[in-house]
Write a protein that binds this ligand. Structure first.
Ligand code: CA
Length: 427
């Protein structure tokens, strides 16, 4: 039997709309992994970086132990760490991350999956998704209530049923996967899979080299709008007896760490606004997960150092831009938390000192605490993928139907929606 080697590449881009990269990616000759963090201001990248920096340690630990067990332990350790970070700093409550990891032991892969990041296999030119999204829409697809095509454009496609939150009620899917010579594996964040359809991914992943495929996939996601951070990690099984292609980024044998996990505690904007052709793979830094703590960045004071005239012109320009920007923000809605309640905000969930860009548009009467953990976390982080007040209200109704029924005193019990199989979520 042919002895197989894993070639690899990891690539990320902050995208065109976000200021920070909350994705983390890792690739080496034994491990390919991706984590897509969530949780607002600073917590999403902390969750993804912390998780990645713990999980990638299995790369060094591969000995006689069972790879799947090793991976499971690492995921559990990362989850425990997230829980500890939340207890130490309640301001990061609600942060979480997806995780997709494939550990190659020379014969097969041990895999771990939680959330809506994806693992795809390209074999004989045909693309298959080998992970199952832990999302609300995927549960509807499985019940036959939505087609995959409808799920793709569903306004609430990013509502997650399972994600790593530092709690003990959200376990990953763990499984073995047999790889074959020529197989290509793509792990990606929803910044790719939301923007680029499977047929295009299939064609692009088949590029001459995996480096070309990675660059082209990221470019396509940006070209389609780049609404989110986009991260791709690709592994390819090749004949181990063949000379490595010296043009590949993995030819040097060094691991590649990209995104939030590759940035220090203060470097969160280091990869902002990179161009489509920017390969930002960096060798794995020896980052001690213990050092990764949330370090808020002070507002820039550089303006005060500029001449007053320049400042005045700049402020004038800002005012013009600001008026348009403000008007734009006031046509946006999102679902979030206010005083423990689920509310619909008008505006955007961005903190700018001295400026309020949001206000509560509507209350809902839903207490955040009564929601299943993964929903509550998303509300705390802000559910912003709604395009109108109407869509925000629909999201609220989905949240309302997810509240486990309790014998609450209610003057006029209204008929609730059928308790459908949403009960499958971690309650
Ligand atoms: Ca994402």
């Amino acid at each position: 039997m042919t002895s197989l080697r894993l070639n690899y590449v990891a690539l990320t881009d902050v995208g065109l709309r976000r200021s920070t990269n909350q994705d983390s990616g890792y690739a080496s000759s034994h491990l390919i992994a991706i984590a897509d963090g969530m949780g607002g201001a600073a917590a999403g990248d902390l969750a993804s970086a912390t998780t990645m920096n713990i999980v990638r340690q299995v790369d060094a630990d591969l000995g006689d132990v069972d790879p799947l067990e090793t991976l499971a332990h690492a995921v559990a350790a990362a989850n425990t760490k997230l829980g500890q970070l939340v207890r130490d700093d309640p301001s990061v409550e609600g942060m979480g991350t997806t995780l997709e990891a494939m550990l190659w032991d020379g014969h097969r892969f041990a895999t771990a999956h939680i959330g809506d990041s994806r693992a795809y296999l390209l074999r004989d030119g045909k693309l298959t998704q080998i992970s199952t999204d832990h999302t609300f829409v995927q549960s509807l697809v499985e019940e036959g209530k939505l087609t995959p095509a409808e799920a793709r454009v569903h306004p609430h496609r990013s509502l997650l049923l399972r994600v790593m939150l530092g709690r003990d009620d959200n376990d990953p899917d763990l499984a073995w996967f047999e790889g074959r010579l020529g197989d290509r594996f793509l792990l990606c964040s929803d910044g790719l899979s939301d923007m680029v359809d499977d047929a295009t991914i299939e064609q692009t992943l088949g590029a001459e080299t995996i480096d070309q495929a990675a660059t082209e996939l990221v470019r396509l996601a940006l070209e389609a709008g780049g609404y989110d951070n986009v991260t791709v990690v690709i592994g390819e099984l090749v004949d181990a007896s063949e000379e490595p292609d010296q043009h590949l980024s993995s030819a040097d044998g060094r691991p590649q760490l990209v995104g939030a996990a590759s940035e220090g505690p203060r470097g969160r904007t280091g990869q902002a606004a990179s161009g489509s052709d920017t390969v930002v793979s960096t060798p794995a830094a020896a980052v001690d997960p213990e050092e990764l703590r949330y370090a808020p960045q002070a507002p820039s004071r550089s303006l005060w150092l500029r001449p007053v005239g320049f400042l005045a012109a700049f402020v004038g320009l800002l005012l013009v831009v600001g008026v348009f920007a403000y008007q734009y923000t006031q046509r946006q809605y999102y679902v979030g938390e206010y005083a423990g309640q689920v509310v619909i905000y008008r505006g955007v969930d961005i903190d700018i000192p001295g400026i309020t860009l949001r206000h509560v548009e509507e209350g809902t009467g839903i207490t955040v605490k009564t929601l299943p953990a993964s929903y509550a976390a998303q509300v705390r982080a802000g559910i912003s993928d709604v395009n109108s007040l109407q869509e925000a209200r629909e999201t609220v109704e989905e949240l309302r139907s997810a509240v486990p029924e309790t014998p609450e005193p209610s003057p006029s019990p209204t008929p609730t929606k059928k308790p459908s199989s949403r009960k499958t979520q971690a309650a």
